[in-house]
Design a protein around this ligand. Structure first.
Ligand SMILES: [Cu+2]
Length: 129
């Protein structure tokens, strides 16, 4: 009589784990991951500063900024210009593992010139699969 009860509980726990996001982290297949990153007053909210993905994932960072900013994803060496109020996608396949800063190379008018400064505003962590 215990066997028919145990199975649904296991299934329930699995579904709960799935719902909590635990299972997708353990999946073997690369995934399509999309994050929205909001830059306000030249900053990203502290709880949104680290973007965690797994090796092989296709990552889309959807940027929304209240000021034009030149961005540079180090390691992958991808640069993009995000204009004020214009959602802009930065897309890459996370082939290299490690912790990579995305720096602001300039805000406002300085976003159009050569890099004056390097201010990391977000970090991308690519975990080995
Ligand atoms: Cu840079």
């Amino acid at each position: 009589m215990s066997q028919p009860v145990r199975l649904p509980i296991t299934l329930l726990l699995l579904l709960l784990g799935w719902w909590l996001g635990a299972v997708p982290v353990l999946t073997a297949d690369p995934q399509e991951r999309t994050f929205t990153v909001i830059v306000h007053n030249r900053q990203v909210a502290p709880d949104a500063k680290v973007i965690r993905v797994q090796q092989g994932d296709t990552v889309t960072l959807r940027w929304i900024s209240d000021e034009t900013v030149a961005l540079h994803l180090h390691g992958y060496d991808i640069a993009t210009l995000v204009k004020a109020g214009v959602p802009t996608a930065l897309r890459f396949t996370a082939h290299a593992t490690g912790r990579f800063p995305i720096s602001a190379h300039g805000f406002g008018a300085q976003a159009y010139g050569t890099a004056q400064s390097e201010t990391p505003i977000v970090y991308v962590e690519v975990l080995p699969r």
